[in-house]
Design a protein around this ligand. Structure first.
Ligand code: ZN
Length: 410
């Protein structure tokens, strides 16, 4: 059984121990020690890393795993059994975890005390951490819980550790039901929160520094609240500052004017899109008239007396090509293959009601030869992402039209 130094002394970062067992864990060398300050992943808090040094060797601890009574230390290189080692926990990483974990207790307690909203789970990520609350929260509630948590932090309250029997625990106002039986380790944020927890915490709330909530989302009938403490809170602020200062520079507005400015731009963009659509439709009508005029009457391709139009058009997107093709087939008896002017090509195949050419089959034939994808119906089919050259696609299109016309008029 590994004696866990961090249970009673979470600030211990250097310790002496003896290797009691060696083995492999997921293909890496691993050891058990008689005692350790390395925290193994559990209860939402990630593992510690660091170093084990013996008289002959120095190896990295790359993972620490909780295994019932033992802590598995996964190593960069093997160490022999019965070696005396000096352990050192990578402190920046561990202290950051202590700030986040203690901050979590304080924030969870704030939601619990103010709004009777219980924390059902906690996860500490590499940059941000989350708590899942049993019920949904408003931004106003978040602001009030955030303010309350920071008040407790700035009062620099004592955070103490004590051990109690289950009977003693039953008589105490614990924030959440303990998940384990036997002797319980309680974390006591003075006059604010009492929880059973096996994690590592700072000794006074002041060391949490600050706590911020940058995001919240609905989650399983409750809410997932993202938070950051200490150095992470500063990083959240810096990321937001970068995003906001970039946006205000681009839009030439003050930070508090950003939402209004973006809303105005969205309205303008919508009006512009509407205006462009109108222009596009009237231009498409003219373009369609010009193409019908220039198109030749070709029984081979149309299977009737219709006109055939196979053209590459500059300056039109897929939607524009579709509008022009529809204009042509609605106002005249015709088959139309229109493509954009440059690769990857957009293509539209259409025919008027009186003709029997299968637009879908023609498009499929083009895609078979030139790649891309698309689909549609016998009277109109649309595709995109075709390769090749304009000349090759045009001649292939005419050939496919002739094939389709023959098939429909045997
Ligand atoms: Zn804890």
């Amino acid at each position: 059984m590994t004696s866990r130094i961090y249970y009673t002394d979470p600030y211990c970062r250097r310790f002496d121990a003896v290797v009691t067992k060696t083995f492999e864990h997921d293909g890496h060398p691993a050891v058990l020690l008689d005692r350790t300050a390395f925290y193994p992943s559990s209860g939402g808090q990630p593992f510690d890393v660091g170093r084990l040094t013996s008289a002959e060797d120095a190896v990295d601890v790359i993972d620490a795993v909780d295994a019932e009574d033992e802590v598995l230390h996964v190593l960069s290189a093997p160490l022999p059994e019965r070696t005396a080692v000096h352990g050192e926990v990578a402190w920046d990483r561990r202290f950051d975890h202590m700030q986040q974990h203690t901050g979590q207790h304080v924030l969870s307690a704030a939601f619990d005390r103010l709004f009777d909203n219980r924390t059902v789970s906690f996860h500490m990520g590499a940059d941000l951490s989350t708590i899942d609350l049993a019920r949904d929260v408003s931004w106003d509630q978040i602001a009030r819980a955030e303010a309350e948590a920071n008040r407790i932090i700035w009062e620099d309250r004592e955070v103490s550790i004590r051990f109690v029997s289950p009977d003693e625990a039953a008589a105490l106002p614990l924030r959440k039901e303990p998940a384990r039986t036997g002797v319980l380790r309680l974390i006591d944020v003075k006059d604010f929160d009492l929880s059973a927890c096996g994690g590592t915490h700072v000794a006074r709330t002041g060391a949490i520094g600050a706590i911020v909530v940058p995001a919240v989302e609905k989650f399983k009938g409750g809410a997932r609240v993202t938070f950051a403490c200490g150095g992470r809170a500063l990083r959240v602020f810096r990321a937001l500052r970068e995003a906001v200062s970039g946006s205000v520079r681009a839009l030439s507005v003050l930070p508090h004017e950003l939402p209004g400015a973006i809303e105005r731009m969205q309205v303008e963009a919508k009006e512009l899109r509407r205006a462009i659509k109108k222009f596009q439709e009237s231009l498409a009508a003219q373009e369609a008239a010009r193409l019908v005029e220039a198109g030749e009457t070709a029984a081979g391709e149309t299977g009737g007396a219709g006109r055939v139009v196979v053209e590459a058009l500059d300056g039109w997107d897929a939607n524009g090509l579709k509008i022009i093709a529809s204009e042509i087939t609605q106002r005249s008896s015709a088959v139309v293959v229109l493509l954009s002017a440059a690769a990857p090509f957009a293509v539209v195949v259409a025919r008027s009601r009186d003709l029997a050419v299968d637009s879908q089959a023609v498009l499929r034939g083009l895609i078979d030869r030139f790649g891309g994808r698309g689909g549609g119906k016998p009277d109109l089919a649309q595709g995109g992402g075709l390769g090749g050259s304009v000349a090759d696609i045009r001649s292939a299109a005419r050939e496919l039209l002739r094939g389709s016309a023959r098939a429909s008029n045997p």
